[in-house]
Design a protein around this ligand. Structure first.
Ligand code: NAP
Length: 287
C-alpha cells in the first residue's frame, strides 16, 4: 500500500512560510501584488481563480482581478497586459487559460513581461527552464518538484514517464525532471504501446485529462505515481487521471485527487509572486 503524498498539508506549510516572507517585505514598505486576467466565464477557471485569490489573502499578497468579456479584442487584451507590465505596483501577472478561441494566447503569454511572468509561460522563461537557468518555473511542474524534494524522492537516474505533452504541464515537467538528472520519456495520444512504456517507469506522472485512465496493470510494482489530472467522474466526483483505489495497492507513493498536485500548484504560484517581488525590488535597490 502506497504512502499518500499529502499535497494539501505540504502546500499549507509552504504558504505559511511565504506569509512570513511576505510580512518581512511589507515591513520594508513593499506590498507584493498579483494581477489576474480572466477572459469569458469558464466555470472551472472561476474556481481556480477563486482559489488563487484565497491563497493571496492568506499569504498577504494583494490581489487584483480583471474580468474581461468574451468579446474582447486581441488588442484590448494586449493593451491591458502592457498596462500591467508598466504598473510598478504589480509584481506578477497571470492570464487564466482557457481564453476564447478568437484570441491568440501565445501572443498574450509572450507579451507578459518575463519579469512578472509568475506562471512561467513566457517563451523567455520556458527557454531558461530548458537551459536549466534560474527562471519562473510553471507552477504545476514546480509543485511536483517540491513534492519530490519534501518526500526525499531523488530523481537522479530514475526512469520518469510523463503522459501528456501540454505546454503548461507535460513539457515544462519534462525539463524539470531532466534538470534533476532523470531519464525522461514523454508520451501522448500518438504514443504506441503506452502501457509498455508506463510499466518501465520508476516515476509515472499522468497529465492527460481523462478520469482513471492509468490502471494498475500499467504501473510497475513500487512505482511513484503522480496524478495531475482534474476530472469529474460519472457521479460528478472530482477524480484524477489515475485509478487511485487500485493503483495505490501497487505504488510506493501516490498523490490523491483532490489534495495532491492541485494545492501545490497554487502554493508555487504564491512562491513565484514573492520571488518576482524580491527580484523587482532588488533591481530597484529597494532591498
Ligand atoms: P491538455 O493540454 O489537454 O493535454 C493532455 C495531454 O494528454 C496531451 O498531450 C494529449 O496528447 C495527452 N493524451 C490525451 N489522450 C491520451 C491518450 N489516450 N493516451 C496518451 N496521451 C493522451 O491538458 P493539460 O492542460 O496538460 O492538463 C492535463 C490534466 O491536468 C487535466 O485534467 C487538467 O485539468 C489537469 N491540470 C491540473 C493542474 C493542477 O494544478 N492539478 C494544472 C494543470 C492541469 P496529444 O498532445 O497528442 O493531444
Amino acid at each position: 500500500m502506497a504512502i499518500i503524498i499529502d499535497g494539501k498539508e505540504l502546500a499549507k506549510k509552504i504558504r505559511s512560510n511565504l506569509k512570513i516572507e511576505c510580512q518581512e517585505l511589507i515591513k520594508k514598505g513593499i506590498q507584493p501584488k498579483l494581477a489576474v486576467i480572466m477572459v469569458g466565464d469558464d466555470s472551472a477557471s472561476k474556481v481556480y481563480v477563486r482559489n488563487k485569490s484565497r491563497a493571496c489573502k492568506e499569504v498577504g499578497v494583494e490581489y487584483e482581478e480583471y474580468l474581461l468579456g468574451s468579446d474582447i479584442t486581441q488588442k484590448e487584451l494586449i493593451d491591458l497586459i502592457h498596462k500591467l507590465n508598466e504598473d510598478k505596483k504589480v509584481n506578477g501577472i497571470l492570464l487564466q487559460s482557457p481564453i476564447p478561441s478568437h484570441l491568440d494566447i501565445n501572443e498574450a503569454f509572450r507579451e507578459i513581461s518575463y519579469k512578472k511572468d509568475v506562471d512561467g509561460f513566457n517563451p523567455i522563461n520556458v527557454g531558461k527552464l530548458l537551459l536549466n537557468q534560474d527562471t519562473f518555473i510553471s507552477c504545476t511542474p514546480y509543485g511536483i518538484m517540491k513534492m519530490f524534494e519534501e518526500y526525499n524522492i531523488d530523481l537522479e537516474g530514475k526512469n520518469v514517464v510523463i503522459i501528456g505533452r501540454s505546454n503548461i504541464v507535460g513539457k515544462p515537467l519534462m525539463a524539470c525532471c531532466l534538470n534533476n538528472h532523470a531519464t525522461v520519456t514523454i508520451c501522448h495520444s500518438r504514443t504506441k504501446e503506452l502501457a509498455e512504456k508506463t510499466k518501465n517507469a520508476d516515476i509515472l506522472i499522468a497529465a492527460i485529462g481523462k478520469a482513471k485512465f492509468v490502471k494498475a496493470d500499467m504501473v510497475k510494482e513500487g512505482a511513484i505515481v503522480i496524478d495531475v489530472g482534474i476530472n469529474r467522474d460519472e457521479n460528478q466526483k472530482l477524480t484524477g487521471d489515475v485509478d487511485f483505489e487500485n493503483v495505490k495497492e501497487k505504488a510506493s507513493y501516490i498523490t490523491p485527487v483532490p489534495g495532491g498536485v492541485g494545492p501545490m500548484t497554487i502554493a508555487m504560484l504564491m512562491n513565484n509572486v514573492i520571488k518576482a517581488t524580491i527580484q523587482q525590488n532588488s533591481e530597484n535597490n529597494k532591498i
